[in-house]
Design a protein around this ligand. Structure first.
Ligand SMILES: *Cc1c(COP(=O)(O)O)cnc(C)c1O
Length: 224
């Protein structure tokens, strides 16, 4: 299967949904990523700041870059303003740091709140009972726009577990849609990866983040 065939497959699966395909490019080189670009995709996701910045510099300017991995405090200054969307806001500290960097650049940074629905220790993100507090704090930050929610499902073969996780996030997404803060809008629901994007679409995802299904298996194990 070529990269084009893989994307065609994904497009077919996306046909009946109003959802965006985010190509996860981590660990892959510019040549392969350019194949995806030349086939028309413009949204690319990386989970590491340094890798993202290096690729961004070498690639066309009309790409929307997304940071999807855990952001460390000391990398905030490097990434704010460089990406369309930060999917992985997982602490109040990081949220405030993004805000102050955005302020110093006189920009507003779009972000998603990452939620740890499955409560797995290896996953980052806020727990469900922390979300109200996060939203309240975020509403006070002028240089942040909260554009929705992101999650990762548990790494399991149990489809029901995965589905319940996505379903729960969708419920929270809908509940938060009723809030009226200037800088908080539930527009994007980022969930689903190679092994579970079909379930995510069925449960209401409107951004799926897909790596291996496009590029093939990564050569070394990457931190999820
Ligand atoms: C790597 C990664 C993906 C894509 O994973 P695949 O299984 O290769 O599709 C999606 N989201 C995040 C946060 C990732 O780190």
């Amino acid at each position: 299967m070529s990269i084009k065939d893989n994307i065609d497959d994904l497009k077919k699966d996306l046909e009946n949904y109003d959802a965006n395909l985010l190509a996860v490019t981590k660990t892959h080189g510019i040549d392969k990523i350019m194949e995806v670009y030349n086939y028309g995709l413009r949204d690319f996701g990386e989970n590491k700041v340094q890798e993202l910045i290096e690729k961004k510099e070498k690639m066309p300017e009309d790409i929307n870059w997304h940071l999807i991995g855990h952001l460390q405090t000391n990398k905030v200054n490097k990434i704010v303003g460089e990406v369309s969307l930060i999917h992985s806001v997982d602490s109040l500290k990081i949220l405030k740091k993004i805000n102050s960097r955005a302020k110093s650049l006189s920009i507003v940074q779009d972000c998603l709140i990452q939620v740890n629905i499955s409560k797995e220790e290896t996953k980052s993100g806020f727990f469900v009972d922390e979300i109200d507090k996060v939203i309240e704090e975020a509403s006070k930050l002028d240089n942040i726009n909260i554009k929705g929610l992101m999650t990762m499902a548990p790494n399991t073969e149990d489809e029901n577990l995965i589905r319940n996780c996505f379903r729960e996030l969708k419920k929270i997404f809908e509940k938060l849609s009723n809030l009226s803060y200037n800088n908080i809008e539930m527009k994007y629901l980022s969930m689903g990866m190679t092994h579970d994007y079909k379930i995510a679409l069925e449960e209401g995802a409107n951004i799926i983040r897909v790596g291996s299904k496009i590029f093939g298996k990564r050569m070394y194990k990457n931190v999820r």
